[in-house]
Design a protein around this ligand. Structure first.
Ligand SMILES: Nc1ncnc2c1ncn2[C@@H]1O[C@H](COP(=O)(O)OP(=O)(O)OP(=O)(O)O)[C@@H](O)[C@H]1O
Ligand SMILES: [Mg+2]
Length: 344
C-alpha cells in the first residue's frame, strides 16, 4: 500500500526569467516498508521535490500543479495552517539538508525535543524523551549527555544524528531524509544508515533518502529513483536499476560512481553541464544535449515516464522516460548522436 502518492507534481521558483519549474510532472509512490533512494546531480530538484512532500517549498517557490496524497492525512497540497503543521513532523518525519545547522543555539537538545512534543500536542512527554534517549543511544550517541547539551557542544556528525532522532521521535509513518549523512565520516555513515534501516523495518515506515552516495544507498534502499533537470527519468527496484540502467543518464550516473567512495562524479563521465532552471530544455528531452544516444525525436517531444517492456514482457516496477529503445541503452551502442536537432 502506498503511504504517499505523488501525481503530476510541478514546483516552480520565480526567477528573473519568470516562473520556472524545478520539478516537472513528477509521479512517485512511497510504500509502507520500502526505502526509496533519490539520486541525481546537484540542482536536479531533489530537495525541491522532498520539501514539497511537506508542502514546505521555500519562497519564492510554489506548487504549480499536482497532488500529494498522504495516507490518513489527505492531499497535502490542499492543507494549510494547523492541519499542515500537524502533518509536518507528526505524519511525516523530515531531516533537512544541512540540518546539522538548524538546531536552536539557545536551548538544550532536550528542551527542543519537549518543544517539538508540545507543538504536536503530545500528552506523554516523558515517553517522548524516553524514546528520544533510546533512538540517540542506538545512533551511537550518549543520549543523556546529548539531551543536556547545547548545539555548540556537539560535533556536526552528532547534530546530524540528532536531526534523525527528531524526525523519528513522533512516530511518523513517512520519513524523508535529505542528505542525512554528509557531515559524517564513512564508518559513521554506514552505521547511521543501518540504524535508519532498522527503525524503518521495525515500524514499517515509508522512507525517502536523498543522497549523492549511490554506494551507501545501494546497501540499504529497496527502490531507486533518478532525477535530472527536474524530471524523474528512471525508477524501479534498486538492484534491477543498478544492474540494468535503461536511461542514458542513469547509465552515466552509475558509470561515474567512484568505486571506493560511492560518490557520484558525473562531470568526469559526461561532457556538458547539468542544467539549472534557466538552461533546462523547454521542448523535448531535458537530457538530450548530453546524451550519447539522442535521436531526432528527442529534440521535439518530451518522453513520458512510463513502464517499459522487453519483448512482450513488462518489467515489474520499472519506469523510464526515454525515446531510445531500452535494449539499445542496455547494450551500450549509441545510435546516431549527429541526428540531434535534425529532422527525422
Ligand atoms: N529558493 C530558490 N529560488 C530559486 N531557485 C531555486 C531555489 N531553490 C532551488 N532553486 C533552483 O531549483 C533547482 C533545483 O534545486 P534543488 O535544491 O531542489 O536541487 P537538489 O537536487 O536538491 O541539489 P543539491 O544536490 O545541490 O542539494 C536548481 O536549479 C536551483 O538553483
Ligand atoms: Mg538538495
Amino acid at each position: 500500500m502506498s503511504e504517499v502518492q505523488v501525481r503530476g507534481l510541478t514546483v516552480e521558483y520565480q526567477t528573473s526569467a519568470g516562473w520556472l519549474p524545478a520539478v516537472a510532472d513528477a509521479s512517485l509512490d512511497l510504500r509502507a516498508g520500502e526505502i526509496t533512494g533519490l539520486v541525481g546531480e546537484s540542482g536536479s530538484g531533489k530537495s525541491t521535490l522532498a520539501l514539497s512532500l511537506l508542502n514546505a517549498v521555500p519562497a519564492p517557490g510554489r506548487i504549480a500543479a499536482g497532488t500529494i496524497e498522504v495516507a490518513g492525512v489527505g492531499d497535502l497540497t490542499r492543507l494549510g495552517g494547523k492541519q499542515l503543521r500537524k502533518a509536518r513532523g507528526g505524519a511525516i518525519g523530515y531531516v533537512f539538508q544541512a540540518s546539522q545547522n538548524s538546531l536552536n543555539p539557545l536551548k538544550t537538545i532536550g528542551k527542543q525535543l519537549l518543544d517539538l512534543g508540545r507543538s504536536h500536542e503530545v500528552d506523554d512527554l516523558r515517553g517522548l524523551i524516553a524514546r528520544a534517549l533510546d533512538l540517540a543511544n542506538r545512533m551511537g550517541l550518549d543520549g543523556k549527555r546529548v539531551l543536556d547539551s547545547y548545539q555548540h557542544e556537539l560535533s556536526g556528525g552528532m547534530r546530524q544524528r540528532i536531526g534523525i532522532v527528531f524526525a523519528l521521535v513522533l512516530n511518523a509513518k513517512v520519513l524523508i531524509l535529505d542528505e542525512p549523512t554528509t557531515a559524517l565520516d564513512m564508518l559513521s555513515q554506514a552505521s547511521v544508515l543501518e540504524i535508519v534501516r532498522k527503525v524503518h523495518d521495525e515500524n514499517q515506515l515509508s522512507t525517502l533518502i536523498i543522497t549523492h552516495d549511490i554506494g551507501a544507498i545501494s546497501e540499504i534502499a529497496d527502490r531507486l529513483a533518478v532525477m535530472y533537470g527536474g524530471r524523474i527519468v528512471e525508477d524501479g527496484p534498486l538492484l534491477d536499476v543498478l544492474r540494468r540502467p535503461t536511461h542514458p543518464y542513469t547509465k552515466a550516473l552509475i558509470g561515474a560512481t567512484a568505486r571506493i567512495t560511492g560518490d557520484i562524479d558525473v562531470a568526469r563521465a559526461l561532457p556538458g553541464r547539468p542544467p539549472d532552471l534557466t538552461t533546462v530544455a523547454r521542448v523535448g528531452c531535458v537530457f538530450r544535449d548530453r546524451c550519447p544516444f539522442a535521436v531526432a525525436v528527442c529534440a521535439e517531444v518530451e518522453p513520458p515516464l512510463e513502464a517499459w517492456k522487453v519483448g512482450a514482457e513488462t518489467q515489474p516496477g520499472r519506469r523510464r522516460a526515454c525515446h531510445v529503445d531500452p535494449s539499445t541503452v542496455l547494450s551500450g551502442t549509441p545510435g546516431t548522436p549527429a541526428a540531434v536537432g535534425e529532422p527525422a
